[in-house]
Design a protein around this ligand. Structure first.
Ligand code: AMP
Length: 283
């Protein structure tokens, strides 16, 4: 596995691979890899000739007072995991190279970013779409893999890719969970043992919602109320949002249907967790 830190070197390397006819599969991450990232890499390995992983804790997607400085980082451990997952090229740039002095260009997807995490984290998606556009320009991938764990992010990136005619196939991959159901996240390391066990309320609430919907309950308000009650039964849980949305537009759906997704964000102490499910699929 080659590790490249330099932006220009990475772009030259990827352009050369493309010219040789290699199909480039790309997995962008912020590192501190877990089995969720690994599932994206495994699928990328199957679909591409050259598997590229980026690890970059992107400062522009963090708001004031968020966890940019404390975000977990371990490039040595990540490199070993990446190599074991069959990564060919690991790109780990410095923030100063991605955003040098004078940097002034941003990509903004309207509408889809006004709701859910976009409302709670102003500017977050602008940072995400900007860095993903930059990474696509550097890596020149044929396909890029993203997790449905970040459901809104995936919808925003699909929108951006269509709107900007980016020649990249976007592939969404299922949420990978711990054995007890907690969605894997690099941020799970922040949870105290008590918070970690209370956080199981999220998957329990998603399962409850699915059971209600599949049992014939069609009112989103009723399902959201039940989900909310389950979550606030945990002493440290603070709900940021619970919504039932149409899967592509992310508009609220008062009456649930086959295309309904329940999305939630809940804080346990200082740690904000997100999770989601299609109501008619089992978690
Ligand atoms: P992150 O490093 O958290 O920015 O995530 C990088 C990519 O991995 C994103 O496309 C995420 O959606 C995806 N991802 C993170 N956690 C999971 C998970 N538990 N299951 C599947 N994909 C995930």
């Amino acid at each position: 596995m080659e590790i490249i830190n330099d932006v220009n070197q990475m772009q030259q390397r990827c352009l050369a691979a493309r010219q040789q006819g290699q199909r480039i599969a790309f997995v962008p991450t912020m590192g501190y890899l877990h089995a969720g990232h690994r599932s994206l890499l495994e699928e990328g390995r199957k679909r591409g000739d050259l598997l590229v992983l980026s690890i970059f804790v992107n400062p522009t997607q963090f708001g004031q007072g968020e966890d940019l400085d404390s975000y977990p980082r371990d490039l040595t451990r990540d490199s070993a995991l990446a190599e074991a997952a069959g990564v060919d090229l690991l790109f780990a740039p410095e923030a100063q190279q991605m955003y040098p002095r004078g940097y002034a260009t941003y990509v903004d997807v309207e509408g889809l970013t006004d709701t859910l995490c976009g409302r709670s984290r102003p500017g977050h998606f602008r940072g995400v779409t900007t860095v993903v556009t930059k990474l696509f320009t550097i890596v020149q991938p044929h396909l890029a893999l993203f997790g449905c764990k970040d459901f809104q992010q995936l919808a925003v990136i699909r929108r951006m890719t269509v709107d900007l005619n980016l020649p990249v196939e976007i592939i969404g991959m299922p949420i990978v969970r711990e054995a007890d159901g907690l969605a894997m996240s690099s941020r799970n390391v922040y949870l105290s043992p008590q918070e970690r066990s209370q956080a199981l309320a999220l998957v329990a609430a998603l399962r409850l919602a699915g059971k209600l919907a599949r049992g014939g309950e069609s009112s989103a308000a009723t399902i959201i109320k039940a989900v909310s009650e389950r979550i606030v039964s945990e002493p440290d849980a603070q709900i940021d949002y619970i919504h039932i949305c149409q899967k592509d537009t992310l508009e609220d759906q008062p009456v649930v249907g086959r295309d309904s997704v329940l999305l939630l964000a809940v804080k346990f102490g200082n740690t904000r967790l997100i999770d989601n499910t299609y109501l008619f699929e089992e978690v």
